[in-house]
Design a protein around this ligand. Structure first.
Ligand SMILES: [Zn+2]
Length: 455
């Protein structure tokens, strides 16, 4: 049965404007047979189905290239690595993957997760066992001693249930890449920096240029895509020179990085939602605040916006990602915030932000060429929204306005479902954020006393 969808506005992802009175024709194979003006659409036959979205804005399903399915809305690194068994993490990942769909995101990349969680969730959805988004899955991050994910001291090391796989030489890295490819990942994540800085504050790349190039070449030889965590200048430069497909963050890129990026065609996924949420949402009682980290994040955010704007002007493709999966970026809540940040802080027009979240981000995904656009032959992954995100990009964050979500033509119905977040994550043995000396207690009592007296 063919479905004819009447669209009030139709944004195909291939132009910077929406078409008034469009029609989308979806075949029973879940593929788009026609997307364009209603006047030129083929005529429906008697048994065809009609769907009326004539009051709504129809566009391709949104894509988040940076959602960690296995993190479980973690409040700490220990939460990510230690306390829940991999089996429980897979079950909760499936639940959270559906919450992402309810927010209008029909495809995600899970770039770095413990065990084989993301690819198992992907396979269960692909087999038709559950509704869920299309998932481009990575395995564990390939990590060195100076990498993000090797956050514990050497005498503890990197546990088996961690999101990282510590490699101590090039051969181990290549062997890990081959294992992950055999297990069925779509992409390989390398933690190219993250924990160590030089005296001048500069991030140290965790691998040498030669090691980076060797890993990226092997990933490419095996037909997979490469994605790296690189906040600093040096790791960004090594990644660009090696021709990495997607670089997360790249906050401290300079002219040399920019030249290499333009030459390699590497994309950047700035992932500014995570620091932005951290700046805005962290409360005075939160450890991140008490440890004085928020000022640093704020400074880094400003530097990042300046540098990323230059990358955009130079033509570096920019993809939408949020680092969802932390307590400050819970699943299904803030994915569309990255589009608003692209408009507010990186100078994108709303249409350009929509394209970043659709056809541009689709270039990294396993279904490249089949998603991110509403065009003949593409999968019918689309959403229908109340209001126009071209007028106000922020409306995409209002889940009540995401009226319908279709994947492969089929409408997803994900009812809201409350759950006990403390049974899902937050099992670290951390109880207090302050040191209750007599002096500190006296100070706190003096601070609360006036309000008690005032009651
Ligand atoms: Zn991440």
């Amino acid at each position: 049965m063919t479905t004819f969808v009447r669209c009030g506005s139709l944004f195909t992802g291939r132009e910077n404007s929406a078409l008034r009175n469009g029609t989308l024709v979806v075949g029973d194979d879940g593929l788009i047979a026609y997307a364009g003006p209603a006047a030129q659409a083929p005529a429906p036959r008697p048994h065809d189905k009609a769907v009326d979205y004539s009051g709504l804005f129809v566009m391709p399903g949104l894509i988040d290239v940076h959602t960690h399915l296995a993190y479980g809305n973690a409040k700490s690194e220990e939460d990510i690595d230690l306390y829940q068994p991999l089996e429980f993490r897979a079950l909760r990942a499936l639940f959270f993957a559906q919450q992402v769909v309810a927010a209008g995101f029909t495809s995600i990349c899970a770039p770095g997760d413990a065990g084989r969680i993301s690819l198992s969730v992907r396979n269960a959805i692909q087999a038709g066992l559950f509704d869920g988004p299309r998932i481009t899955a990575a395995g564990r991050y390939i990590t060195a001693r100076q990498s993000l994910t090797d956050w514990y001291p050497t005498w503890i090391g990197v546990p088996e249930t961690s999101i990282g796989r510590l490699v101590t030489n090039r051969d181990e890295a290549i062997e890990e890449i081959r294992c992950q490819v055999k297990d069925g990942v779509d992409c390989i994540k390398i933690a190219l920096d993250g924990t160590h800085r030089r005296g001048n504050g500069e991030f140290v790349a965790a691998f040498t240029q030669d090691e980076t190039t060797a890993m990226v070449e092997e990933i490419r030889r095996l037909g997979k895509k490469s994605v790296v965590h690189a906040r600093g200048r040096e790791a960004t430069l090594y990644a660009a020179r090696a021709g990495v497909d997607l670089i997360f963050h790249a906050y401290y890129l300079d002219d040399e990085c920019l030249d290499a990026l333009v030459k390699s065609g590497s994309a950047i996924g700035p992932t500014l939602t995570f620091p932005r949420n951290m700046i805005e949402f962290t409360g005075p009682h939160d450890p991140a605040h008490l440890k004085g980290r928020i000022g640093d994040v704020r400074r880094e955010f400003e530097v990042a916006c300046t540098n990323l704007k230059r990358a955009r002007t130079a033509g570096v493709p920019m993809m939408i990602g949020t680092d969802s999966g932390f307590a400050v970026t819970p699943y299904g809540e803030w994915h569309a915030r990255e589009l608003e940040i692209f408009v507010q802080d990186l100078g994108f027009t709303p249409a350009e932000a929509l394209r970043a979240a659709t056809e541009v981000s689709a270039r990294f995904m396993a279904q490249e060429g089949k998603i991110g656009s509403l065009a003949e032959g593409c999968y019918a992954d689309f959403i229908a929204i109340e209001g126009s995100p071209l007028d106000n990009i922020a409306i995409l964050q209002d889940k009540r306005r995401i009226r319908h979500v279709h994947i492969n033509g089929a409408e997803m119905r994900i009812p809201p479902r409350p759950y006990d977040s403390y049974k899902v994550t937050d099992l670290a043995l951390f109880n207090w954020t302050d040191l209750y000396t007599q002096e500190r207690v006296a100070e706190l009592r003096a601070r609360t006393a006036p309000s008690i007296a005032a009651q």
